[in-house]
Design a protein around this ligand. Structure first.
Ligand code: COA
Length: 174
């Protein structure tokens, strides 16, 4: 995870108003609609940050959105909360992630997820959290995330988490 290497000509950009957000299509209308209609507005209000992976033509090939949140102590599994205080706990939220249809199946999903988790890890040096949380849009997305050790939050089959401890191990493991 340490060296998140990009294909030639690709670059990460923090979402800007003039990015071609409306053209992005990943095969899921909700994921497209978030980018075209909401991501910029939320970023302006400091509710979330979206990073776009642009190709040499300036087209958005992939994106992810990060935010912060809180979860109930009781929602997390016991083996994770054993030494934590019984209160709302801070989490990083991987709110959205999408890869353009014509770029899927080429390793970009893995690369984009690795970059999002690297951002989470870097942020944790300043703003700590106990886990990265995400809500899967469907079973396919859930299968994708489960490959990287995300686990179900008990009682919430489409809400997954990666503990900070796992995140740190992944970051060290490269
Ligand atoms: C799910 C998604 C992010 C995967 O992106 P991708 O670029 O095709 O994934 P990659 O090519 O990097 O694949 C990485 C690994 O995940 C696997 N994978 C990819 N999509 C998968 C899926 N839908 N189900 C199960 N496994 C999947 C690949 O086989 C690959 O495994 P390997 O390393 O053993 O070969 C992409 O299809 C997408 O954007 N879908 C629509 C939006 C969405 O579901 N977003 C996520 C929830 S918000």
């Amino acid at each position: 995870m340490s060296g998140v290497r990009l294909p030639a000509g690709f670059r990460w950009e923090r979402l800007k108003r003039d990015h071609p957000r409306q053209q992005f299509r990943c095969g899921d209308d909700k994921v497209d609609a978030w980018l075209s209609a909401s991501a910029w507005q939320h970023q302006k209000k400091h509710l979330s940050v979206t990073k776009a992976l642009c190709n040499s033509d300036g087209r958005i090939t992939s994106y992810y959105t990060l935010a912060t949140g809180q979860v109930d102590f009781d929602d997390l599994p016991l083996d994770m909360t054993r030494r934590l205080p019984r209160r709302l706990l801070p989490v990083a939220v991987l709110a959205w992630l999408g890869i353009a249809i014509d770029r899927q199946g080429q390793g970009l999903g893995r690369l984009v997820l690795a970059q999002a988790l690297r951002d989470c890890h870097d942020a944790s040096e300043t703003f700590p959290f106990v886990a990265v949380i995400l809500d899967c849009i469907d079973d396919a997305a859930k299968t994708f995330y489960r490959r990287w050790d995300f686990q179900e939050i008990p009682g919430h089959p489409y809400r997954l988490f990666l503990s900070y401890r796992q995140l740190e191990a992944m970051t060290k493991g490269g």
